[in-house]
Design a protein around this ligand. Structure first.
Ligand code: HEM
Length: 279
């Protein structure tokens, strides 16, 4: 990133911008010619898939927020209205709900890949630590999001999880009062959870930026666990891995779409057993 060498661009607009702010040179260096191990298997697709899911969650979340109200009297009905009256609202909500599950699936595979192939080891320790920070932020964001519809499970989920902090010696109870914004899970809890649920994904995005930056300093690990020795061991990122990542993403999205359209509540907690015919 520190290099001052610029790439040549034929397009005069691109060239004009790049002379003044070398963003195209940066893209070319980091995602065009970037030397990438040639022996990746499909486990190396999941960082890109996680990135796609993060963006999907942010975009669908922002549109959901346009129709949502953070108030204990109104939230449940606002979500019902999204499902029934808002144009495409059901789709938006199912994209976001199932998206959370699929985002975690992608990140779990990504983490287990890292553990199996030793990607956490020197020189990639900081990359791994940033990943752990991302994972903690993801868990906090997902939990807080679960509270927003203000259903029974939201309330009791919020009660159980916030009370865990009371186990911290000396300051535990004060922390719980601070999280609640009062002396029980109530409206102030919901409003601060909504504010944080909107904020944290952008914090995650910033940490992901550092994560990918750290990756591009060390370069990727690969299934052998041995660093590439020469140019022959690598391929330019584009078109080889832009293509492989796109293919993997499409397969992942097909499975994600099957859930959204055919079993949107399968990963939720809704009771799906049929009602008994005789009472
Ligand atoms: C929002 C979540 C995340 C995103 C968007 C993300 C993104 C990426 C991307 C694009 C790559 C390069 C492609 C690849 O190797 O798959 C990568 C590599 C890596 N990530 Fe993540 N990551 C996330 C979470 C995590 C977590 C939670 C951990 C571990 C705790 C982690 C650890 C790593 C490691 C060790 C590598 C280097 C892998 C290698 O070179 O073999 N990442 N990440």
């Amino acid at each position: 990133m520190g290099s001052t060498e610029r790439a040549e661009f034929k397009n005069p607009v691109v060239s004009w911008i790049d002379e003044r702010l070398p963003v195209f040179t940066l893209m070319q260096k980091e995602y065009g010619v970037f030397p990438t191990p040639r022996n990746f298997n499909y486990f190396w697709n999941f960082g890109a898939i996680a990135m796609f899911m993060l963006i999907t969650m942010i975009v669908s979340g922002i549109v959901l927020a346009m129709h949502y109200t953070a108030n204990t009297e109104l939230s449940f009905d606002a979500v019902e209205r999204i499902m029934r009256d808002v144009n495409g609202g059901w789709l938006l909500r199912y994209i976001h709900m199932n998206g959370a599950s699929f985002f975690f699936v992608a990140v779990y595979i990504h983490i287990f890949r890292g553990m199996y192939y030793g990607s956490y080891k020197r020189p990639r320790e900081l990359l791994w630590i940033l990943g752990v920070a991302i994972f903690l932020l993801m868990m906090a964001t997902a939990f807080i999001g679960y509270v927003l519809p203000w259903g029974q499970m939201s309330l009791w989920g919020a009660t159980v999880i916030t009370n865990l902090f009371s186990a911290i010696p000396l300051v535990g109870d004060s922390i719980v009062t601070l999280l609640w914004g009062g002396f029980s899970v109530d409206n102030p809890t919901l409003t601060r959870f909504f504010a944080l649920h909107y904020l944290l994904p952008f914090v995650i995005f910033a940490v992901v930026f550092l994560h990918v930056w750290a990756l591009h300093v060390t370069g990727s690990n690969n299934p052998l666990g041995l660093e590439p020795q020469s140019e022959k061991d690598t391929l330019p990122f584009h078109p080889y891995y832009t293509m492989k990542d796109s293919f993997g993403l499409v397969v992942f999205l097909i499975i994600y779409a099957l859930f959204i359209f055919y079993m949107p509540n399968a990963l939720g907690h809704r009771i799906t057993t049929p009602r008994p015919t005789r009472w």
